[in-house]
Design a protein around this ligand. Sequence first.
Ligand code: G6P
Length: 609
Amino acid sequence: MCGIVGYIGNKPAVPILLEGLKRLEYRGYDSAGIALLENGGLTVRKKIGKVSHLEKEIGAPRASVIGIGHTRWATHGVPSDINAHPHTDCKNEIALIHNGIIENYGAIRTKLEKDGHVFKSTTDTEALVHLIEEMKKYSGDLETAVRLALRQVEGTYGIAVISSADPEKILAARKGSPLIVGIGDNENYLASDAAAIVDHTRKVVYLEDGEIAILSKDSVETKTIDNKMTTKQIEQVTFDLAQIEKGGFSHFMLKEIMEQPETLRNSMRGRVLREEGNVKLSGLNEVKPLLENAQRIIIAACGTSWHAGLVGEYMLEHYGKIPVETEYASEFRYRNPIVKPSDVVFLISQSGETADTLAALKEAKQKNATVLGICNVVGSTIARESQGGVYIHAGPEIGVASTKAFTSQLIVLALITLMIARQRGMSEGEGRNICTQLLEIPGKVEMILQRAAEIENIAEEFKSNSNFLYLGRGYNFPVALEGALKLKEISYIHAEGYPAAEMKHGPIALIDKNMPVVVIAPRDRTYEKIISNIEEVKARHGKVIAVVNEKDSHIASLADHLIEVPQTVDFLSPILTVIPLQLLAYYIAVKRGCNVDQPRNLAKSVTVE
Ligand code: G6P
């Protein structure tokens, strides 16, 4: 949420900043802006809308070799040119970009306005740049002023600051919002995540909460905000550029849907020990005894990751025979949950930066539970703050609506389930059978993807509907939630996911000939029951789109449309049944002319609470 990029070196900064911002656009796209140091002064350009609008605004090439750039997801203040970052002080000397929320900005602003500061925007961020200006009156130098200002700020921030009075530096600081420094040769970079700078350098330093970095073109110094030097390790970013490009697809979302056979293989690579009927998850080695003795597992996550967590709960309770609770991370923190030291808390997060999930992690840690991460982004905050965990290895996910991360989260949850189940008495034979089924999943996903054209035809028929209902039972109830979420997110059609049997307790009132009902009905232990639910929909003239296993003549005789998926063991079926729902949402959104990769109001990485 909000993307930050910075450059200091010998090359023109503008192309580097713009290219970085385009790669960070998935973090927010309400407005974009840059600040440059040039000709002894500060130049700021900012524009509502996409980075391409900013690019036009900047126009002719500029020679500046120091600059910072920002792409915004609005929290305080509507998207507008004025509210776009960077924000500047009264003298137009200091420019600041910010990701996060300054919670006490109101009090700071009131005081500074009394002292004569003139504000231009309605953002929380502008209070911080004026506060730095004010502190500079006492400290004289920018770095001390930034440190003094940050000590008065409540809330979260990842910031970058430049000043025409201190033209050889970029200052950066973080608390709660991610920032990395990229180390170059006679040049240095700053970014919210590695995607923005990976084609310039792969050497990065992750800033910690409460740390400040001072970048010049040939050095990077890090300190705490109390002015104590810190020592940082330089880490290597491994993903390659092709992974963050569209590669011939019209949208990242479609590319990411189509990549799933490969990403699922990557999630399992080297981890499935078929002969032993078990798995190897190195990131859990140290906590294996804790998992064996855990009294309870709590899963906390948001959005799509929460849906994966819910499937995980069903898997772990069934095979691992351990009580599991799946919590919305945002609720978990604020309801003072009972968490015991014998509990294991899994945090699931694609980005590893979601503020609510991070807050849940801290809550659980404070209560002495074992905290483990299931993340995609290597080196992300949740991954680093956890005591152990499992990377899902789905590769960078750029489309705002999560697809390949979801299926990889499910695979990893299945691997964890198998590990815990084997610890708790599952036989080697049963373990081996599950390993075989797991290894067959990518090939089965491939078979579903080959049917994309059929799903596109269904999308054509329903693209103008205003409401959808998604029904599933057992392992496929969370898939109904996920299918509905996908459609809402990218096509702006109202959709609800329900446990199929609950339909009778409300949603059935909505069903008429205009209501498409997507029913997820593979041949599992709830199959007979869900057929009755389909009958109930048909009796009220609803249109049924059924996701079924191959050769299901019974449902074929009832449903208006069938989408076939191969059969697998019950607990892995969500990995298959969700694929048609991703494609259905994708095609409907494209046919409605929606911006699939950057849906309105959403952001990929939600780093504010
Ligand atoms: C946002 C994204 C969703 C994602 C959710 C949780 O809402 O748009 O796609 O599921 O955040 O993100 P995380 O990175 O923690 O999985």
